[in-house]
Design a protein around this ligand. Structure first.
Ligand code: ZN
Ligand code: ZN
Length: 272
């Protein structure tokens, strides 16, 4: 009897330990696209210059290796990539010279409840046109990571100076370096497992591909394209509250509360 009790307690401890590690990698939130069936297809609107096209295509192919989703490059709807207007139900990928504002790339997702309604990624050509960053490994790394955020993934590691772990979701000072687990230019199998966990359940609403943020079903509370419009989201002062810092002490994740359970999250990767 006594031994059995010990066994049960040990079992619970092991379970909690395992649960902690499972959630640790995307513990910033469990946000995801609402969908009534798996797998699903997410459009990546192409609003980047020709120099970026092959990297955007590579990223779309990389994330499509997932068993639960496909990402496909589609015609951009963002208008002027400088403003990069978000469109419900999809992700707009924008590239422009946003200036020496500190960031190489950002990813923004609009959330209603726990569902992603729309997403935007921006790559900053002001830096990518410099010799330091005008390299395939930096373009692959940043594009892959920003699109990864719009699928619901966080960073697996936020130290720019430790060993590369073989995924683009890991901060690095040299994406091309292989420290034994592969370079950091693409997702790894762990990222794909995370996606399988995040998308294991089904929802009663579709926000992916939906122009009304899922509200057409009567159950979503998305607000169409007016949701969060009028905020200049290029400007760090508009990103809201910083909720996470990287290993070098810089803010890596922000949230701006729009009220009524609606939020915009901004993930940042800073130029070194
Ligand atoms: Zn859900
Ligand atoms: Zn990031």
């Amino acid at each position: 009897m006594f031994n059995k009790k010990i066994f049960v307690i040990a079992g619970v401890a092991v379970f909690l330990f395992a649960a902690f590690f499972v959630s640790a990698n995307h513990s910033w939130g469990n946000y995801h696209w609402g969908r009534t069936a798996n797998s699903f297809t997410l459009e990546l609107g192409n609003n980047v210059s020709e120099k970026w096209t092959e990297y955007l295509n590579t990223t779309a192919t990389d994330w499509s290796l997932s068993a639960v989703l496909d990402t496909v490059v589609a015609a951009g709807k963002a208008g002027n990539p400088r403003n990069c207007k978000a469109t419900n139900g999809r992700v707009e990928v924008c590239g422009a010279s946003y200036g020496f504002n500190g960031w190489l790339g950002i990813a923004q997702i609009w959330i209603s409840g726990e569902h992603i309604i729309k997403g935007v990624t921006k790559v900053n050509d002001t830096y990518f046109d410099t010799a330091t960053y005008d390299k395939p490994e930096w373009r692959n790394f940043v594009m892959c990571q920003e699109v990864g955020h719009t699928l619901g993934l966080g960073h697996t590691d936020e130290d720019f100076y430790n060993a590369n772990t073989g995924t683009c979701m890991d901060y690095t000072n040299d994406p091309a370096r292989d420290d034994g687990a592969g370079d950091n230019q693409h997702p790894n199998s762990h990222d794909h497992e995370m996606l399988e966990q995040i998308y294991a359940h089904l929802d009663s609403v579709n926000t992916v591909g939906s122009s009304d943020g899922g509200s057409g079903s009567g159950k979503g509370n998305g607000k169409g394209n007016k949701f969060g419009v009028g905020i200049d989201l290029d400007n760090p002062s508009e990103w809201g509250r910083a909720i996470k810092k990287d290993a070098q002490g810089k803010d890596s994740l922000f949230v701006r509360d729009l009220g009524k359970g609606e939020k915009v999250f901004t993930f940042v990767i800073w130029a070194r």
